[in-house]
Design a protein around this ligand. Structure first.
Ligand code: CO
Length: 134
């Protein structure tokens, strides 16, 4: 059985990374560990580690992505919760068997080699959930 092992990160949708960093980095004092573009997701992301997990800031870089539409409709705020698993393929099969609606049929692989996939909020009580396998 695949296991969920930890909360990898909590993501906040933002319209401007720099102005968000005024709070997360400058006021709270968190370290900005990573800032990069993710063309595959039409997003720019920032990671700020805290206590074994991370805060992720995500900003859309196009107008037509799911993230851009989310931001236009709901404004800035909590966007997704990312759970780490020891076996993402097995976890996705298990979820499908339980009738859980997935956004990605198969895991995607990031530039850093991490595998990830999103679970539809319809199946999770309204929370967009991301799965990660390192
Ligand atoms: Co994420």
């Amino acid at each position: 059985m695949p296991k969920i092992t930890k909360i990898n990160h909590i993501a906040v949708a933002v319209s401007d990374i720099e102005s968000s960093l005024a709070f997360w980095r400058d006021a709270l004092g968190l370290e900005l560990a990573e800032l990069r573009d993710v063309p595959a997701e039409s997003a720019q992301i920032a990671f700020l580690p805290v206590g074994g997990t991370e805060v992720e800031l995500v900003r859309p870089t196009t107008d037509d992505s799911g993230l851009a539409k989310y931001l236009a409709k709901r404004g800035e705020g909590m966007h997704h919760l990312c759970l780490e698993t020891d076996d993402i393929e097995a976890m996705m099969i298990q979820l499908k068997e339980k009738g859980v609606q997935l956004i990605n049929e198969f895991p995607r692989t990031g530039a850093d080699g991490k595998k990830y996939a999103f679970i539809h909020p319809k199946s999770t009580g309204g929370v967009l959930v991301e799965l990660y396998q390192l």
